[in-house]
Ligand binder design. Structure first.
Ligand code: GRF
Length: 224
């Protein structure tokens, strides 16, 4: 097998997607390895997950820098020093400027808890519920300057239940995120996909899966 791609994970908080990526990287045939974890917040619980897994984890505190660009320069320097090849944002809550985004163009991934391009930005689940969608989900995409936009690598869909709150929907989506992110990172790291302009092209034919229907298809029965 060719060398594993070196991944730097950017976090700001809880780090459950980071943990899912750490787990995935334990498989011998996984095409990527995490070589550094960087948080912009010193108190991010995810830093502890990284250290517990024996990974290099550090904080580059954005509040210590006079400008976004100065912060991003420090971030870029740290990633380059670790010979990172792919940056994976996992709950990283800083808006990145064109300086950083263009440096890592087509080499930086993000996960967002909706079926993009729907519900970009914050309060995703609340807005999905207010819009009355029957299906929500999660997206892994390459990062572009516009928030939560960029070529889509992979998506997973989950049903929205009648009694969902933003929290219950978030929990269902998060479970899907933990499967989707390792899958999408593997697609990118193994070279199974590549970016062509605004779209991701899959280089191998894949058998389609059946459609998700929600509410599910059922035999029509007469109403009494
Ligand atoms: C996830 O829902 C992710 O999609 C969003 O922020 C959340 C991060 O969760 N970008 P965690 O820190 O990975 O647990």
């Amino acid at each position: 097998m060719s060398a594993r791609k070196r991944v730097g994970v950017l976090i700001s908080g809880r780090g459950s997607n980071l943990s899912a990526l750490i787990e995935a990287c334990k498989a011998n045939n996984y095409p990527a390895e995490i070589v550094c974890v960087i948080s912009n917040r010193p108190d991010a619980p995810g830093l502890e997950h990284a250290r517990a897994a024996g990974l290099g984890a550090s904080c580059i505190d954005h509040t210590a820098y006079p400008s976004r660009e100065a912060f991003e320069e420090a971030l870029d320097k740290a990633l380059s020093a670790a010979n990172v090849e792919i940056v994976a944002n996992a709950g990283f809550m800083r808006i990145l400027t064109d300086f950083f985004v263009s440096r890592w163009r087509d080499r930086q991934l993000n996960i967002h808890p909706s079926l993009l391009p729907a519900f970009r930005g914050l309060d995703t689940h609340e807005r999905a519920l207010n819009a009355g969608v029957a299906i929500s989900g999660t997206t892994v995409h390459f990062v572009r300057t516009e928030m939560d936009s960029g070529p889509i690598v992979a998506q997973a869909a989950v049903p929205v239940l009648a009694d969902d709150t933003p929290d219950t929907l978030a929990a269902r989506v998060l479970e899907a995120e933990h499967q989707l992110y390792p899958h999408a990172l593997a697609l990118v790291a193994s070279g199974a996909v590549h970016v062509d302009g605004d779209r991701v092209v899959r280089d191998r034919a894949t058998d389609p899966v059946p459609a998700l229907f929600w509410p599910p298809l059922e035999n029509p029965s007469p109403q009494n």
